[in-house]
Design a binder for this molecule. Structure first.
Ligand code: HEC
Ligand code: HEC
Ligand code: HEC
Ligand code: HEC
Length: 240
């Protein structure tokens, strides 16, 4: 009797875990660029004492968004196409032609991670009258307002040379050697995705195929709940 009850409870718990979708935790992550971020590992953030203490504002705005940019919704930056060219992974990868330049979804990330574009550039600052069409540099760390702050050297500076990074803006070609069928269900729990197809943007692999910029609860903002334990993230697409 007792055992049956415990069994039922266990089953109910399992069921609940099974249907719970991942909830992203951007607050206090490395993508929380507000001055009030209390995470001791976070060194890159806004200076205290200015009206910029909103987490989302460094990437999104509810009004006056940059509609010319299609890589992410309600985008609050306008210099992601900074006069910059990128060196792509290669011209051919496993027989598939790579695109000549990063597509918009990856440019969203590169607008802070290429080491050239300004992290502290926003179009519409919080509060009344904060809009500057051409963008504005908010005060960041010891960098004064009006001055661009770019990603310091280090592993988080992906740079403009993408030859040493997993290919992005690369078509996910159905039937290509080693790639699984895109309708295949993903193993485990992923933020905002249940099949391989959900990971693609315009049919391509982009930074957001593997990362969710809001997923501060996962190691290195990976989209898979466990990060990349056992290389499960890689094995989701590659039949190896
Ligand atoms: C560091 C940049 C960054 C920050 C900060 C950020 N976002 Fe995003 N957001 C993105 C990008 C890039 C995408 C596109 C993601 C994709 O294509 O999967 C996105 C997409 C979204 C989407 C639509 C797709 C989805 O994942 O649901 C929503 C809603 C959203 N963001 C809300 C927010 C809110 C609310 C905040 C603040 C709490 C926030 N974001 C902070 C970069 C950011
Ligand atoms: C508004 C600027 C901004 C945008 C846009 C942005 N990032 Fe970041 N990201 C940062 C900063 C700042 C850090 C902290 C870097 C450091 O401390 O070296 C960071 C750190 C990271 C890290 C390292 C996390 C860790 O725990 O070490 C990853 C992974 C990352 N970003 C991926 C992305 C991806 C993928 C995108 C696009 C979906 C993106 N970022 C868009 C600013 C940004
Ligand atoms: C095929 C999957 C995949 C793609 C595509 C991808 N990443 Fe990553 N990224 C990872 C994994 C896995 C890690 C963690 C392991 C590591 O650092 O090598 C990571 C780590 C990172 C880190 C943190 C490095 C560190 O050690 O702190 C940054 C920053 C980052 N990625 C940014 C990007 C950006 C920007 C793009 C697009 C230009 C991108 N990633 C595309 C899988 C990917
Ligand atoms: C969203 C699906 C996806 C994920 C996740 C993914 N890849 Fe890939 N990967 C691709 C695609 C698409 C290509 C392009 C080559 C092809 O068509 O086979 C590729 C290419 C490669 C290549 C071959 C490059 C060449 O020069 O031929 C390697 C190696 C690779 N990926 C390793 C990894 C590793 C390691 C991970 C985990 C960190 C990973 N991939 C995660 C889709 C993915």
């Amino acid at each position: 009797m007792m055992r049956a009850k415990i069994g039922k409870i266990a089953a109910a718990v399992l069921l609940t875990v099974g249907v719970t979708s991942a909830v992203a935790q951007i607050a206090n992550s490395k993508h929380d660029l507000t001055a009030s971020n209390t995470n001791p590992d976070v060194t890159i953030k806004a200076s205290a004492g200015q009206n910029n203490d909103e987490i989302c504002v460094y990437c999104h705005t509810p009004h006056a968004a940059n509609t010319a940019f299609a890589g992410a919704p309600l985008w609050n930056k306008n210099d992601q196409n900074a006069p910059t060219t990128y060196t792509m992974y290669g011209t051919t990868v496993a027989g598939t032609q790579t695109l000549a330049s990063p597509q918009a979804p990856s440019l969203a990330c590169l607008s802070c991670h290429d080491g050239v574009s300004a992290i502290n550039s926003i179009v519409n600052a919080p509060g009344s009258g904060g809009y500057v069409e051409t963008g504005q540099y908010v005060a960041f760390g010891t960098t004064a307002a009006g001055t661009a702050f770019t990603m310091p050297a280090g592993v988080t500076q992906i740079g403009t040379d993408l030859t040493n990074d997993h290919p992005v803006s690369i078509p996910y070609t159905t039937g290509a050697a080693s790639l699984k069928d895109p309708t295949t269900a993903l193993p485990g729990t992923w933020n905002g995705a249940t099949t391989i197809g959900d990971l693609l943007r315009g049919g391509n692999v982009e930074c957001v195929s593997c990362h969710d910029p809001h997923a501060g609860e996962n190691p290195t903002f990976l989209r898979m709940a466990n990060g990349n334990v056992g290389s499960q993230l890689c094995l989701a697409c590659h039949a190896k």
